[in-house]
Design a protein around this ligand. Structure first.
Ligand SMILES: *[C@@H]1O[C@H](CO)[C@@H](O)[C@H](O)[C@H]1NC(C)=O
Ligand SMILES: *[C@@H]1O[C@H](CO)[C@@H](O)[C@H](O)[C@H]1NC(C)=O
Ligand SMILES: *[C@@H]1O[C@H](CO)[C@@H](O)[C@H](O)[C@H]1NC(C)=O
Ligand SMILES: *[C@@H]1O[C@H](CO)[C@@H](O)[C@H](O)[C@H]1NC(C)=O
Length: 330
């Protein structure tokens, strides 16, 4: 009991010390709000980086500049020692080479949405521990091989959405540590057979939705660690290259051109004891796949298919929610 009370007292003192430190740490930008470890410069109508009072920083770790009109990030405009920076909805078109230098060895997470750079900025060459990069709705076309070579090995998550990209990037070979990869809303139609080799044993989530794939690429068949595959909103009719040495938990295939339920049944057999979700609505299936043995699946949606044969295939025994929506009576 005594020890417990002592522990409580210690906790209280820690809190007071921590609060004291928090209050003592001045917000590095007068215009922004700082709270806990966060620097928040969102929605201030900024057209340039806010005026910084000092780059010296041992306290704040997260800086957000979301929903402004910032176009340029000059050197010395960011506090040092940050771990996360986000520039969501800013038309950033230029960054000085030393823009991130104070955080070269601390910055792990970087988010851009609506960036206006055509080439990935060389400032990224100075980031040594970047593990999360997200770039959406950008005009970027030149992914700057030198940059990808530099950050590729430390990236765990790479998320690219709604950019113009119509062939599989060769710089993917440098991404040897990815657990999560998403390239969505591009117009990629295929992956070279060796195009995923750098990540076949690390990637757990692969999302290539809203592209132009007509089949699951053969490169995918080599994946061993993948748990989630997202190929929704493509033009896929052939799934025979689904990975046979992986334990998929979830697969999203809605919005494709799947027609061959027998091929699908065979391709997903290796996941019979792990798969808990499969999304198949909005395809061209005329018959049901064999899902009877998939005991972890409890929801199925077959709406917007062309199902005509109610006696085909099978549904899991544990199913609690079945959506048909076809002109089928079962
Ligand atoms: C950015 O600038 C444009 C043009 O001046 C303006 O219409 C828009 O509201 C601004 N956006 C923000 C988030 O300040
Ligand atoms: C960054 O943090 C370290 C350790 O907390 C500190 O010693 C250093 O002065 C900080 N750098 C700057 C420029 O604030
Ligand atoms: C790979 O990622 C892990 C964390 O998932 C990290 O600990 C390791 O340092 C990374 N490797 C490199 C070379 O950055
Ligand atoms: C699909 O990608 C296009 C760009 O290629 C984009 O305009 C559209 O919003 C995306 N759709 C969805 C649902 O994300």
């Amino acid at each position: 009991m005594k020890r417990f009370r002592f522990g409580g007292m210690f906790f209280l003192i820690s809190c007071i010390l921590w609060l004291g430190r928090a209050l003592a740490a001045d917000c590095p930008y007068k215009q922004c709000t700082c709270s806990l470890q966060n620097i928040m410069c969102n929605e201030l109508g900024l057209t340039a980086m806010p005026q910084i009072t000092t780059v010296v920083n041992t306290y704040f770790t997260i800086a957000q500049f979301d929903i402004n009109n910032i176009t340029t990030v000059p050197g010395g405009s960011l506090p040092a020692n940050l771990s996360q920076i986000s520039f969501i909805r800013n038309p950033i078109s230029f960054m000085d080479l030393d823009a991130f230098d104070g955080s070269a060895n601390t910055l792990t997470t970087l988010t851009f949405f609506g960036a206006n750079f055509y080439t990935l900025p060389d400032a990224f060459l100075h980031l040594n521990v970047l593990s999360w990069l997200e770039i959406s709705e950008s005009i970027v076309k030149d992914w700057n091989d030198n940059v990808m070579k530099h950050i590729g090995a430390s990236l765990n998550t790479l998320s690219i959405e709604n950019v113009e990209m119509n062939t599989w990037p060769s710089w993917m070979q440098y991404c040897t540590n990815l657990t999560d990869l998403g390239i969505s809303g591009a117009s990629i139609g295929d992956i070279p057979d060796n195009g995923l080799d750098s990540l076949v044993n690390t990637a757990q989530n692969l999302e290539l939705s809203n592209n132009s794939f007509t089949k699951i690429p053969k490169a995918v068949s080599k994946m061993t660690a993948v748990k989630f595959l997202g190929f929704q909103a493509n033009k896929i009719s052939d799934v025979s290259w689904l990975p046979q040495n992986a334990k998929l938990e979830s697969i999203s295939l809605f919005g494709n051109r799947l027609q061959d339920s027998k091929q699908l049944s065979t391709a997903i057999l290796p996941y019979v004891s792990t798969l808990n979700g499969i999304e198949l609505h909005t395809n061209l299936l005329t018959s049901f796949p064999d899902l009877g043995a998939f005991t972890l699946i409890n929801e199925l949606d077959f709406r917007r298919n062309k199902l005509i044969d109610p006696n085909s295939g099978s549904v899991p025994t544990g199913l609690v929610d079945l959506k048909l929506g076809n002109k089928l009576r079962v």
